[in-house]
Write a protein that binds this ligand. Structure first.
Ligand code: NAX
Ligand code: K
Length: 508
């Protein structure tokens, strides 16, 4: 089995599946999938007399659920199978599973013409309508069934992919399409990107991978990975006693047009609490004398700053004025480790001269667009960006020669060589003003402490999301979590991770 964090595109899964089908006896893979699904279902059921509704579609995803339903019925559960397809046109393996099921205690209802009025009484629904063979939106009976299932209060286990969801992108198929909202998904052969980004997290729920005992050697390289601590932990360093404020780098946050002074302050506070030795907040508008809540920050006028002395976070509340443009041009000429956020991205999107300079930079550079900023940079629409987030993040990384964090549910981190990761932490509490400034500040602090751009982006995204998850568990959110509250939680996590993962060697 490939590593737990590896993600595979549908085309790669198909290739692996075809090779396996050629060497295994007929129905073997489907039997393995059905068995894994039945075991997963058992773990979700309250007792031995639970009532299960299994829905089967016209393809092999239907075959998987027929086999799972048979096994559960033979286990003694009260299982009803709705076969939402014409029996005579099922693919061979699925037809075989149906034949096997006929002699089991499974209650089979073929092509149900109407849905039952009674929505209560099911302990679990298993979704085997469509898997990776989905080619068009759910319509007619399938659409109605998805709506009906989504209104139930019991757990829903999706087999391979929640029906209606694109396993590559996490998009719901069709303009007004619908997908089954699962509480759990058991996905076969290997994990898939669409279960973790865009609508993926909302529709797939908890994802479990069943590898079906396929030989690891049959897998091509993964198309992306899930972000995890192990991807950046090598750069978590214990601090030597003999260190001083110069040992951990400077961060200069540049932004703060008139009326927008809070944004750079948030980023600067985050940078200070994530371990930068010294932090400057540089303002396009008049700088405040100091930050009374965090007087360690040094507040300056941006046009007079030297941006070559530390890692720079450009953009929070920067505005797009002529002054902002000139400050950004000076930043790009300083060639420092760089985080580009918010209006810095908008300025770059609007000006080819800045784009050309950015593409020339060799210092570590991280860009942190949300989908609208990404659309401006790619000269496309937000809908286009979101329709394939992995592709969009990679396109940005290649075009601007930078590591890109495309924010949103399941943030995508991509680098110019095409390597990409999907973040697994975070929750809707982060959908509030200022959280992006905090992310940029964390990233800047890690760059200042010597993280390469890729690991800084992975670590910042993971920490930012995990801090929000921790706060929500404590009841601080999702409603009303503020960006300021994230900052001390990120600091705690960063210290805990460093304590747990850092080696004893002295960094220098
Ligand atoms: N072939 C095998 O032996 C295995 C298949 N597996 C399962 O098979 C699935 C893939 O099977 P298939 O390729 O048959 O694909 P699906 O079962 O996802 O469905 C494909 C069928 O549905 C039709 N279809 C697609 N979208 C539709 C829509 N919106 N409305 C109505 N009909 C639609 C297609 O024309 C095709 O007949 C995987 O997701 C996985 O669950 C796994 O069991 C592993 C082994
Ligand atoms: K499914």
């Amino acid at each position: 089995m490939p590593s737990q964090s590896a993600l595979y595109a549908i085309a790669d899964i198909r290739a692996v599946e075809q090779t396996c089908l050629a060497t295994l006896s007929e129905g073997t893979l489907m039997q393995r999938a059905g068995k894994a699904a039945a075991e997963c279902a058992l773990g979700l059921l309250p007792n031995a007399s639970s009532r299960v509704l299994a829905v089967a579609g016209p393809g092999n995803n239907g075959g998987d659920v027929i086999e799972a339903a048979r096994l559960l019925a033979e286990h003694g559960l009260d299982v009803t199978l709705w076969l939402c397809a014409d029996r005579s046109s099922l693919p061979a393996d699925a037809a075989r599973m149906l034949e096997n099921a006929r002699s089991s205690p499974l209650n089979i209802v073929e092509t149900p013409s109407a849905l039952p009025d009674n929505m209560e009484g099911w302990n679990l629904v298993i979704d085997g309508l469509f898997g990776i063979g989905l080619t068009r939106p759910l319509k007619g009976l399938y659409g109605t069934l998805a709506e009906w299932i989504n209104a139930l209060s019991c757990p829903v286990l999706a087999l391979d992919v929640p029906s209606g969801l694109d396993a590559d992108t996490g998009a719901i198929v069709g303009e007004d399409g619908i997908a089954i909202r699962a509480s759990h998904t058991i996905t076969f052969i290997a994990d898939k990107p669409g279960l973790h980004t865009l609508h993926g997290r909302d529709y797939a729920g908890h994802v479990h991978v069943a590898s079906l005992d396929i030989d690891t050697n049959l897998f091509p390289p993964a198309c992306a990975h899930l972000n995890s601590v192990s991807a950046f932990s090598a750069f978590l360093k214990k601090r030597p006693h003999n260190s001083h404020k110069g040992s951990f780098g400077d961060v200069i946050v540049a932004g703060g047009a008139p009326g927008m002074a809070g944004a750079p302050i948030l980023a600067a506070r985050a940078a200070a609490k994530c371990g930068a030795g010294r932090v400057y907040a540089a303002f396009i508008g008049d700088p405040p004398a100091y930050d009374s809540a965090q007087p360690e920050l040094m507040c300056r006028a941006a046009p007079s700053m030297d941006f070559s002395t530390g890692a720079v976070v450009a953009g929070p509340g920067m505005g797009t004025s002529r002054e902002a443009h000139d400050v950004l041009a000076a930043i790009l000429h300083a060639s420092s480790p760089l985080v580009l956020d918010a209006d810095a991205l908008n300025l770059i999107a609007a000006e080819p001269g800045l784009q050309a300079r950015l593409a020339e930079l060799t210092a570590p550079t991280v860009m942190t667009p949300h989908p609208l900023e990404a659309a401006r940079l790619l000269q496309s629409s937000t809908a286009d960006v979101q329709s394939d987030r992995l592709h969009s993040a990679r396109a940005l990384a290649q075009r601007f020669h930078a590591v890109v964090i495309l924010k949103g549910s399941g943030s995508v981190i991509a680098r110019p060589d095409g390597e990409a990761a999907i973040n697994t932490t975070g929750n809707p509490a982060l959908a509030t003003a200022g959280t992006g400034d905090v992310l940029a500040g964390i990233c800047g602090a890690l760059l200042a402490q010597g993280f390469p751009a890729w690991q800084a982006a992975l670590a910042a995204t993971w920490l930012h999301g995990h801090a929000a998850d921790t706060l929500v568990q404590q009841g601080i959110g999702p409603i009303g979590l503020t960006a300021s509250e994230l900052i001390p939680a990120v600091r705690t996590l960063l210290n805990q991770l460093t304590e747990a993962h850092a080696g004893n060697h002295i960094p220098h």
